[in-house]
Ligand binder design. Structure first.
Ligand SMILES: Cc1ncc(COP(=O)(O)O)c(C=O)c1O
Length: 465
């Protein structure tokens, strides 16, 4: 679906009223959910006493309570109560070969058994992994391994500031770059500004400049008003929240031009798009070369401790592991043999299996067939669009609520209705991200698609005409 159609449908969705599942039906679903997921509930209830909020990350939250998973294989997962799920969360994007993929696991087990997990010194896997990333990503000559996407995004800012000697940073409203102080501003929903998290000193944002995605004039003005002061512009290339806030086809190009004209560095956050949208990331897919690339969980395919900041040699060479006049960054476990072995072998296996093409083909099919199903209910504004193996599905559009306008409160009701649909989907064995997103892997097939269709047929049947 092209940008104009997405925006037209988005408008219709936001003008439309909500289509909730009637309460009686919803209560039945909820009762069944509690009955069939008793062990998950017990784990969550006990965990709340030992782990703040009972889970570690918003990805793990779900309505009416988080599900505790027992195991995963291919595109399926099973919770501790034995319920099976066709999974489209894919660990929040990094799984492309499929969960618990034997040829990858075998290599990692071999590393653990034969070599041990970590020495604090370097190993050949660091080099092998770096070379694999460099081979695929057009703008990358050198790679610094870190341990999470958040860390890599933090490092990118420090490098950009050190290289340019400037302080100001431009970020897109609604985009996500992890939980670092300076990025936690207008997360998810544009316009939420500093409301996203207490505990951040307000002056942290003194050097943060924000722009609404697709506001070309505002972006130009921002550069004009801060001439000679902007160190970098950071963006998610398919738009904030992996494309929840889609960008105009010329947006990234214009960002690159303005950065160049103003001596600022362009940072692509490819934590989701790298090795998913394309083996060469969004930069290859779109033909735009950023100055700095941020990679995260995707570089270890779900194995722990994954993140990297990468780019052209003349920029990245400013980073040193030791002391001196260099931006200080690095970690004891960064670049450990397990994470780097996972990176090297995952990329190798993705090449051998043509994993991105397969994941994209099934995502295209899911998008088209579910859209055809939604078309049977013209009274509903539901639709899907995808950027390769990243599918966005829109039901209530809660991320799009104008938080500064009269209907700001709708973010709560719209979110709740989307969560209710999600609860029906989970009860019937389909897991996705936040009721808005589905990631595919190379193993998703017609049976997975049929499952999605069946679940949405059911949800549609529960929504009155
Ligand atoms: C685009 C983007 N950047 C950064 C991050 C943060 O990565 P991590 O959770 O590994 O810190 C995420 C996480 O989902 C992301 O989607």
């Amino acid at each position: 679906m092209d940008y104009d159609e997405i925006m037209e449908r988005r408008k219709r969705c936001m003008d439309d009223e909500l289509h909730p599942i009637p309460d009686e039906a919803l209560q039945k679903v909820k009762a069944e959910f509690y009955k069939t997921r008793a062990k998950s509930l017990a784990i969550f209830e006990e965990a709340q006493g030992f782990i703040p909020g009972g889970v570690e990350h918003n990805l793990a939250t779900s309505h009416p309570f988080p599900l505790a998973m027992d195991r995963a294989k291919g595109y399926k997962m099973w919770d501790v109560d034995g319920n099976e799920y066709t999974d489209f969360l894919m660990c929040g994007a990094p799984i492309i070969l499929g969960h618990h993929y034997d040829p990858l696991d075998d290599e990692i087990i071999k590393i653990i058994k034969e070599k041990g997990p970590s020495t604090g010194l370097t190993s050949e896997y660091e080099l092998l992994a770096a070379k694999k990333i460099i081979e695929h990503m057009p703008s990358v000559d050198v790679v610094r391994f870190l341990q999470s996407g958040t860390e890599a995004d933090m490092a990118a800012l420090r490098i950009a500031r050190a290289v340019t000697g400037r302080q100001k940073v431009i970020k897109m409203e609604g985009s996500y770059h992890g939980w670092y102080d300076q990025y936690v501003f207008s997360l998810h929903v544009p316009g939420t500004a500093g409301l996203n998290s207490p505990g951040i000193p307000p002056q942290t944002f003194d050097n943060l400049l924000e722009v609404k995605p697709n506001d070309f004039d505002a972006l130009e003005k921002l550069f004009e008003d801060n001439k000679g002061e902007v160190a970098c512009l950071v963006l998610e290339p398919v738009g904030g929240e992996s494309g929840v806030h889609p960008v105009h086809p010329d947006w990234n190009k214009r960002c690159a031009e303005l950065c160049k004209a103003n001596g600022a560095l362009l940072i692509f956050d490819e934590v989701v798009t790298g090795f998913r949208l394309d083996m060469g990331g969004a930069q290859k897919y779109m033909g735009i070369e950023p100055d700095i690339t941020v990679l995260g969980k995707i570089v270890a395919h779900g194995y722990p401790s994954a993140g990297a900041v990468a780019g052209r040699k003349e920029i990245m060479d400013i980073v040193g592991a030791g002391m001196g006049q260099r931006p200080y960054l690095g970690g004891t476990l960064a670049g450990n043999p397990i994470s780097c072995g996972a990176c090297y072998h995952a990329i190798r296996l993705m090449e051998e299996n043509d994993a991105v093409a397969k994941s994209t083909a099934i995502a295209d099919k899911i998008t088209s067939e579910v859209n055809a199903l939604f078309a049977t209910r013209p009274d509903l504004p539901f639709f899907l669009y995808n950027f390769g193996p990243i599918i966005q599905y829109v039901t209530t559009g809660f991320f799009w609520v104008d938080i500064t306008g009269e209907k700001a409160f709708e973010v709560i009701t719209r979110r709740k209705t989307a969560e209710d649909y999600q609860m029906v989907a989970a009860l019937n064995g389909v897991n996705s991200l936040a009721g808005t997103r589905m990631y595919t892997c190379m193993q998703h097939d017609q049976a997975a698609l049929d499952k999605v269709l069946k679940v949405w047929e059911l949800i549609l049947s529960m929504i009155p005409k």
